[in-house]
Design a binder for this molecule. Structure first.
Ligand code: C2E
Ligand code: CA
Ligand code: CA
Ligand code: CA
Length: 284
């Protein structure tokens, strides 16, 4: 038993060494990957629950690694944050997404005005001195109006932020950029704090809607979502729900007054062209 235990220990150790090495080589490869154009963006539609129309899409970055294949953001965003590469990478994502949104709107003609693009912001980007000027420059270059952009910041990144730290977000919000509080409900922000934030949308974390995927529906989850929606609407905030995977869930969440939904039930993240098809289908 002792030998087996020892073996297991060795295995775990070798495994964690391999992870450290993999982490190093991925981290070292990030700058060249950005130069070589190995990153790409998938877009996941956001759907208005009241009538099922496509409101826009969230930009989700991926890395087509030459030897490991497609890596998801959870595998490299933390590394990019540790090394500061997240700032140029995040700017690249913003540029691509803004141009893409411009294309969708042009293609949809007059009906395109409702199409928006959501872009995730890392805490390093939030505290970067050129966030506001960079964002404004990107919007101008792309010819996209500020209200067609939604920046997603997580609740945890804003917890404890004082007025100085919030100023850039407030400036962007004043320009018309929509700010969404991502992963809402997973942090510890107290509710009165919400009123001080320059946010217009709460993105309710997937963990709250999991209990509504299929019968029997979790009554506690229903109560919680009901409470959050009523609070949000009192504060004039829209509610987006993430991780909607079934028709049952979509119907429940619509009934509870959620405004917008995102999830595999509607579409998995995919190439930008697909949004053309979805949004144009709505417009006709
Ligand atoms: P997130 O912002 O919470 O994005 C939603 C995640 O849920 C995405 O994972 C999406 O693919 C996944 N998802 C969507 N619908 C469903 C569903 O119905 N069921 C389930 N189980 N999952 C669903 P993804 O693409 O792996 O992204 C993970 C996280 O990486 C994102 O979480 C976001 O925090 C971060 N991320 C992605 N792109 C960027 C970026 O450009 N910049 C930064 N800073 N972070 C990014
Ligand atoms: Ca997000
Ligand atoms: Ca989220
Ligand atoms: Ca998340």
């Amino acid at each position: 038993a002792k030998a087996a235990g020892g073996n297991r220990y060795e295995l775990a150790d070798a495994d964690s060494n391999a992870r450290v090495i993999a982490r190093h080589s991925l981290t070292n490869g990030l700058p060249a990957a950005l130069e070589r154009g190995e990153f790409f963006i998938e877009y996941q539609p956001l759907v208005r629950l009241a009538d099922g129309t496509v409101r826009g899409a969230e930009a989700l970055v991926r890395w087509l690694h030459p030897t490991h294949g497609v890596l998801g953001p959870d595998q490299f965003i933390p590394l990019a944050e540790d090394t500061g590469l997240i700032v140029p990478l995040g700017r690249w994502v913003l540029e691509q997404a803004a141009r893409q949104a411009r294309d969708w709107r042009d293609a949809a003609g007059g009906d395109g005005d409702r199409l928006r693009v959501n872009v995730n912001l890392s805490p390093c980007q939030l505290s970067h001195p050129s966030l506001v000027s960079d964002t404004v420059a990107v919007l101008e270059d792309a010819g996209l109006c500020p209200s067609a952009l939604c920046l997603e910041v997580t609740e945890n990144d804003l917890i404890g932020a004082d007025e100085d730290a919030l100023r850039p977000l407030r400036q962007l919000a004043d320009l018309g950029v929509d700010i969404a509080l991502d992963d809402f409900g997973t942090g510890y922000s107290n509710l009165s704090y919400l009123r001080r934030l320059p946010v217009s949308t709460l993105k309710l974390d997937r963990s709250f809607t999991r209990g509504m995927q299929r019968a029997p529906i979790d009554p506690v989850d229903v109560k919680i979502v009901e409470g959050i929606v009523s609070l949000a609407h009192t504060l004039d905030l829209a509610v987006t729900v993430e991780g909607v995977e079934t028709a049952v869930q979509a119907e429940y969440l619509r009934g509870l007054g959620c405004d917008t939904a995102q999830g595999w039930y509607y579409a998995r993240p995919g190439p930008p062209e697909r949004l053309h098809t979805l949004a144009l289908a709505d417009a006709s």
